[in-house]
Write a protein that binds this ligand. Structure first.
Ligand code: GDP
Ligand code: ZN
Length: 354
């Protein structure tokens, strides 16, 4: 496998020359582990770490290598390498609404993103739109894939597909079923040799199943969804690059949480408009609808106007969203500590006059 088969081309070569990196071997980051990376070049794979120098130069987490990046490496020892430099990125996949500390590249140099939605869940044009916005932000071409067409009638499929086409006029829409093997050839046909692709979509829409079909083997564990809640289990798989028989390259499953979209937040935003409308009549503006007097939401449950199950589900989702917010804050604290660590190390370096 040559570098071209891994997606290398004139664009990257010109960046390499401009940065004076002709003496280094180039490799692509194909997986990210805790504290190290797996990189691949024409000769094979290496376990790679970044240099201390590079850590000092890093202004933010965006400067760190991500899956899909092209990096200049130095080999050392048995299948080990040091990453000296990350080449500029052609495209990036990153959180849409990120603050300074959290801005993090999830994957780099992706040519095409498949935005996956399925017919068995709260089918949601806004979610497709948000995924498209993330692709657009990163300069990546999108294709919309509507999976699980086997679950509803052909008439329903057609009417939903035409809504999607009407809303997103210039974007190709493919309908697929992993079960009936519908549309899989059409999907494969979008995957071009030496181009890099990724699938974006909520947990449970069928990303792993589709990838396994494209790869022709069960490389990825699928994520069986709970049909009661319509929520997947959010299994966190390591992000990794796969090479298809037709020469296409596939990066698996960036999680929706990573790109700043969570099912629970959406559950609150989208599916519970009803409760929000009721909440406007609560006595207290910050009513939690659990114990406050004059709560219009609980009144509606009592009178049967609002389904009790729906109300309970709402409270559950709010708690999950709050938990998620908390872990975000913890993460930010860790980043700040990391910033202090880097600053101290730099000061020490200065003192030692290096
Ligand atoms: P992911 O979380 O997006 O990776 O979704 P998975 O690939 O794990 O699939 C979630 C569930 O949907 C699994 O139980 C799959 O078997 C099922 N599934 C995937 N594709 C289809 C399909 O085309 N039709 C139907 N009926 N089920 C599917
Ligand atoms: Zn209330």
């Amino acid at each position: 496998m040559g570098l071209e088969d891994l997606g290398y081309g004139p664009w990257f070569e010109s960046k390499r020359k401009a940065l004076g990196l002709e003496d280094f071997a180039m490799a692509r980051v194909i997986a990210e582990h805790k504290g190290s990376y797996r990189v691949k070049d024409a000769a094979g794979e290496y376990l790679a770490t970044i240099t201390g120098r590079q850590m000092f130069d890093a202004l933010s987490r965006e400067d760190y290598p991500a899956v899909g990046d092209w990096v200049a490496i130095t080999e050392h020892g048995e299948k080990q390498a040091i990453i000296n430099r990350v080449l500029p990125r052609k495209t990036v996949l990153k959180r849409k609404y990120s603050d300074r500390f959290e801005s993090q590249v999830i994957a780099a140099n992706i040519d095409r993103v498949f935005v996956i939605e399925s017919f068995d869940r709260d089918y949601n044009l806004n979610r497709i739109e948000r995924c498209l916005a993330i692709a657009d932000d990163g300069g990546i071409r999108p294709v919309i894939v509507m999976n699980k067409v086997d679950l509803i009638s052909e008439a329903e499929v057609n009417s939903k597909i035409s809504q999607v086409k009407k809303r997103f006029k210039d974007i190709d829409v493919i309908k697929t079923s992993v079960i009936l093997e519908n549309g899989l050839h059409e999907l494969s046909a979008c995957i071009l040799k030496a181009e890099t692709h990724c699938l974006l979509g909520s947990s449970g829409v069928g990303k792993s199943s589709l990838i396994n079909r494209l790869l022709g083997s069960d490389v990825i564990r699928t994520n069986t969804i709970s049909h009661q809640t319509g929520k997947g289990k959010h299994t966190t798989t390591a992000r990794e690059m796969h090479f298809l028989a037709n020469g296409g390259i596939l990066i698996d499953n960036p999680g929706m949480r990573e790109i700043g979209m969570t099912d629970s937040e959406e559950g609150i935003e989208e599916a519970f408009k009803e409760i929000r409308a009721l909440a406007e009549r609560c006595r207290f503006k910050d009513c939690t609808h659990e114990h406050e007097p004059g709560c219009a939401v609980r009144d509606a449950v009592a009178s049967g106007e609002l389904d009790e199950k729906r109300y309970e589900n709402y409270l559950k989702l709010v708690k999950e969203a709050e938990y998620y917010e908390m872990t975000r804050l913890e993460k930010r604290r860790k980043d700040q500590q990391f910033g202090r660590f880097i600053r101290k190390a730099k000061e020490q370096q200065k003192r030692e006059g290096s």
